[in-house]
Ligand binder design. Structure first.
Ligand code: KG4
Ligand code: ZN
Length: 332
């Protein structure tokens, strides 16, 4: 069975084909990073227009020499995300569904990230914990089975990726901030600035990153000039503080739940310091850790196609709109 996956929840136009017996058989992604970089963040209107212009070409590229008649069902991201961009993916999916006479499966983008590590055939028994860290979310989820998720903790304000992006902007680095901070941090001293690690000692698994971002703002305001040395030290000190909180909260969740496996997902999962700290935890606690390859950590349609393949029983010919900007994981 071949499932077509479509992803347009933010600034990546992505289409992929997942074959239940062969795995991923086609994939194409176009990232709008350049389009939004001069604004330091995603401009929803520009994002929507660009998805409209690119989606048909990305679809053709993903198909390659596979005939569209081979598609059995169409899964698409229906939320959470930017409403305008979601509607473009949904509309395209519906048009294809009518033309090809194939059923649709609207899926949750976060659930796609959760399942991304299994795309390549990696195995991890349920239950396990997922640390889902992206530009829109910072979540610790107890994954008890497919469709059975309990959110143990989440950010009360900014998502961690958003904090990377905002801090990068504050110190004059480009967009998206995560990779820029990571690059700059290599030359910096992580102990130079003592940034707070918010909610570290709270008795729950929640995060807060806006205080950390504000601490960077105050540090920047106290400086006479921002040269490369200062940029590197701030980047390293911020990255250190942000990853410490993530690690300590996931370690607490592992200890309290007794789970033996972690999945690391979302764009921030590409961060090497975070991966290093997780591997130290892995050795100390003797747990199993799965990371999707970097291309499947950030937004992509392979995870959507794969998730659709697991949800074939939810496929239907209904053409009503399911697109919604907010869609908490595990809710209908
Ligand atoms: O999952 P994703 O591609 O899109 C969302 O669903 O948000 O995540 C994008 C976020 C951005 O905030 C970006 O700065 C961050 O992931 N990111 C990173 C790294 N690569 C991407 N953050 C830290 N270190 C990285 N290497
Ligand atoms: Zn995402």
């Amino acid at each position: 069975m071949i499932t077509l996956g479509i992803e347009t929840s933010c600034d990546e136009t992505a289409v992929a084909l997942f074959d239940s017996s062969k795995g991923l058989v086609g994939e194409a992604v176009f990232s709008q990073i350049e389009l939004h970089s001069e604004y330091g963040g995603v401009i929803p209107e520009l994002a929507s227009r660009d998805h409209c212009q690119k989606i048909i070409h990305i679809f053709q590229k993903a198909l390659g020499d596979i005939s569209s008649s081979k598609i059995d069902q169409i899964a698409y991201t229906a939320g959470p995300g930017l409403l305008g961009t979601l509607l473009i993916g949904e509309n395209f999916a519906q048009g294809l569904a009518v033309a090809l006479k194939k059923p649709l499966i609207p899926v949750n983008h976060l659930e796609g990230h959760l399942m991304a590590p299994f795309l390549s055939g990696d195995k991890l028994d349920f239950p396990f914990l997922t640390l889902l860290v992206s530009g829109g979310h910072s979540l610790i989820i107890d994954v008890k089975g497919l469709n059975n998720y309990e959110i143990l903790g989440q950010s009360r304000d900014d998502a961690v990726g958003e904090a990377f992006d905002k801090v990068a902007k504050l110190i004059g680095l480009g967009y998206p901030g995560g990779p820029e901070i990571e690059k700059m941090a290599k030359k910096g001293d992580p102990k130079k600035f003592k940034f707070p690690q918010p909610m570290l000692h709270s008795n729950n698994y929640d995060f807060s990153f806006s205080g950390l971002k504000t601490a960077v703002l105050y540090a920047v305001q106290d400086l006479d000039e921002i040269n490369e040395t200062v940029q590197s030290d701030i980047a390293a000190s911020f990255q250190y503080a942000a990853t410490e909180v993530l690690i300590k909260k996931i370690a607490k969740a592992l200890e309290d739940t007794g789970r033996k496996g972690i999945v690391l997902a979302g764009g921030v999962a590409a961060n090497k310091l975070l991966r290093q700290k997780i591997s130290t935890l892995q050795q100390a606690l003797d747990i199993k850790v799965l990371y999707p390859p970097i291309a499947h950590c950030t937004d992509n349609a392979a995870m959507i196609a794969y998730l659709g393949s697991l949800k074939a029983d939810e496929a239907s010919f209904r053409l009503s709109s399911f697109a919604r900007p907010r869609w908490p994981l595990g809710k209908e």
